[in-house]
Design a protein around this ligand. Structure first.
Ligand SMILES: NC(=O)c1ccc[n+]([C@@H]2O[C@H](COP(=O)([O-])OP(=O)(O)OC[C@H]3O[C@@H](n4cnc5c(N)ncnc54)[C@H](O)[C@@H]3O)[C@@H](O)[C@H]2O)c1
Length: 573
């Protein structure tokens, strides 16, 4: 049992951090607008004593202490899954401390979680319920801002982000990995953890990170502390899927893992077996962490490549009168090809636009190779990064066919998120559609039932980080800061000249042509980005004097010609 003395490590970090903050900016504001004062030196002392008391009590009950570092999208839910786990007799055996650095941007997550409120928004009702239950009822979960919690851990789970910055639009190869945050986190872990603790890296990292970055950093920190034993470090990546099955995608899903030595491997298998359903979803244990890291990168690059490859067939379809949606459905019947999917208006989400880049970067900057080995992976990501820009071209051409211009027209985008039935807007195709339309002089309106704030626009000077908004790749973006999400479809399309079906949310799939055109107040240009209009609906739009175009949907021109060549229906009487 550690003695109740204060290591003060995080305080040193915190003092340096405070010095860098402008005066008076010592608050963190939650998305709901609640202000939380950042902790003072005295708070650190109090907080560490609080944790020590909790840990003492929970250890006496036979629980293992797990610190989850980074309580973002993945870490917050992982912390809940660990805290909710029980042994075969239904008794909780883990006490979890979710640790989050006290930055102005993220500190609010700590008081939220301490009150049993989920610090992440999810479409899965289990997320808030599980976190509330673990904090308030089972009392197996708390949150903290002090790294000193690491001194109390038996297991540390690293869920901090490792971002990839692209310097230019659709130029993944010239980008770079932001390793500094992760490296600093690993250094601090080495400075503070017990030599017996297992460190599990869940962050998606450039292959080689566990063995060639984490291990040397921890070994060096151990040496400075006079510890001669080998650290225990493992890698196992999350396959979390935002949406209604978020918790299940962590708890009831297959995992890949590995460790830097046999004991690390044994410990990671034991830990994962205790928290996830490995009976129905068996673990895959690989020889080296680098294999586990590479598996994650290849998994997501594979998906990105298939989508990038289909972009050219999508254009082929548009130019040759065929419907790629029907072609893909026909191919999917073949069991070996059943996971082929239609590429929407830009391939978003946090992972697919960046993960291949982590691999390309690692080859050069961790492994030290100079040649350009990677061709297909970066090319696919670049193609995906530009795909959304074809949508404003279709809108422009559809309006032109109606004798109107895109400049000064009103365009309504149905869907802001990167996929159906979720509110996650990270790297969504709709963002780029809007940025290009703004350049072209259109007025833009957005509807998404799942999104409250579209921070990529509202906070584009500072989100995802200062100087990293995709606004910098376009001109005329200032006014987009005032872009707000309209929840009601009919209000959103009132007075629209163009309606873009961008995301397959159910509300949009259910829209009938007659009601949409009536709500818009007359004929409109309709752009289908995700195969959301069947042929009957397309014909109805033509009957309502609308113009229709779609990504990969060349057959629409054929339907239009058939419609136009039909003899006019004689008027009654
Ligand atoms: N979001 C997904 O769908 C998803 C899916 C699979 C894997 N992943 C991977 O999981 C990792 C985490 O992703 P996320 O979506 O949770 O990111 P996130 O940005 O939501 O969360 C990261 C959290 O870590 C905190 N943090 C950063 N540095 C820290 C430090 N030094 N100490 C303590 N806290 C720190 C941040 O403030 C933030 O709250 C990434 O590598 C990502 O690629 C994400």
């Amino acid at each position: 049992m550690p003695s109740k003395t204060l290591p003060f490590k995080s305080q040193i970090d915190y003092d340096n951090y405070l010095k860098r903050l402008p005066t008076g900016d010592h608050y963190s504001i939650s998305p709901e607008g609640e202000r939380f004062r950042l902790p003072s030196k005295e708070d650190y002392e109090r907080e560490f004593l609080r944790l020590q008391n909790l840990v003492e009590k929970n250890r006496a009950e036979g629980k293992e202490i797990v610190v989850v570092l980074g309580i973002g999208f993945v870490g917050a839910v992982m912390a809940g899954v660990v805290a909710d786990s029980t042994d075969k007799d239904g008794i909780p055996r883990k006490f979890v401390i979710g640790v989050q650095r006290p930055s102005t941007r993220s500190f609010w997550k700590i008081p939220y979680l301490q009150q049993g409120i989920a610090p992440v928004k999810s479409e899965d009702a289990q997320v808030p319920e599980m976190l509330r239950r673990c904090v308030l009822e089972k009392q197996t979960l708390t949150a903290s801002f002090t790294y000193d919690a690491l001194t109390l851990a038996d297991v540390v789970v690293v869920d901090v982000q490792c971002d990839y910055v692209k310097e230019d639009l659709a130029q993944v190869a010239s980008g770079y990995v932001q390793m500094a945050d992760l490296e600093r986190a690993l250094e601090i872990i080495g400075e503070l953890v017990s030599p017996e603790a297992l460190v599990l890296i869940e962050t998606t990292v450039p292959p080689g990170t566990t063995e060639q970055i984490a291990y040397p950093l921890m070994k060096k920190a151990f040496k400075q502390r006079g510890i001669t034993s080998e650290p225990f470090i493992a890698h196992s990546y999350e396959r979390v899927m935002p949406g209604a099955n978020y918790v299940a995608s962590i708890r009831n899903f297959w995992r890949v893992c590995s460790g830097i030595n046999e004991e690390s491997k044994r410990r990671i298998v034991k830990f994962l077996t205790e928290i996830i359903d490995t009976e129905n979803f068996p673990l895959t244990v690989l020889d080296r962490p680098m294999e586990s890291e590479t598996a994650k990168i290849v998994e997501n690059s594979y998906r990105a490549v298939i989508l990038g490859f289909l972009n050219e067939w999508s254009l082929f379809a548009e130019r040759n009168g065929i419907d790629l949606i029907k072609v893909i459905e026909a191919i999917k019947v073949r069991p070996t090809h059943s996971n082929i999917i239609f590429p929407g208006p830009g391939i978003g989400g946090y992972c697919l636009p960046k993960d291949g880049g982590l691999g390309v970067w690692a080859y050069k900057h961790i492994m030290g190779f100079e040649d350009d080995l990677f061709k297909i992976t970066p090319m696919a990501i670049d193609i995906n990064d530009r795909r959304a820009l074809h949508v404003p071209e279709l809108a422009r051409d559809a309006l032109r066919n109606m004798g109107r211009y895109i400049a000064a027209s009103t365009v309504t985008i149905l869907g802001a998120s990167y996929k159906e039935e979720v509110g996650d807007t990270r790297y969504s195709g709709s963002e780029l559609i809007i940025r290009r339309l703004a350049e072209m002089g259109a007025n833009v309106c957005v509807c998404d039932p799942y999104v409250d704030h579209w921070w990529e626009f509202e906070a584009q000077d500072s989100y995802p980080a200062p100087g990293q908004s995709r606004a910098r790749f376009f001109r005329g973006q200032e006014t987009l800061k005032s872009l707000r999400i309209e929840k009601d479809v009919k209000t959103a399309v009132a007075d629209a000249d163009v309606v873009i079906f961008a995301v397959r949310h159910k509300q949009f799939l259910d829209l009938q042509p007659q009601e949409l055109v009536e709500a818009a107040g007359g004929p409109i240009a309709v752009i289908d980005c995700m195969g959301m209009l069947n042929d009957d609906k397309i014909r109805s739009y033509f009957e309502l004097q609308c113009e229709v175009k779609g990504l990969g949907r060349g057959h629409i021109e054929r339907l239009k010609r058939l419609y136009k060549s039909r003899p006019a229906i004689p008027s009654p009487g």
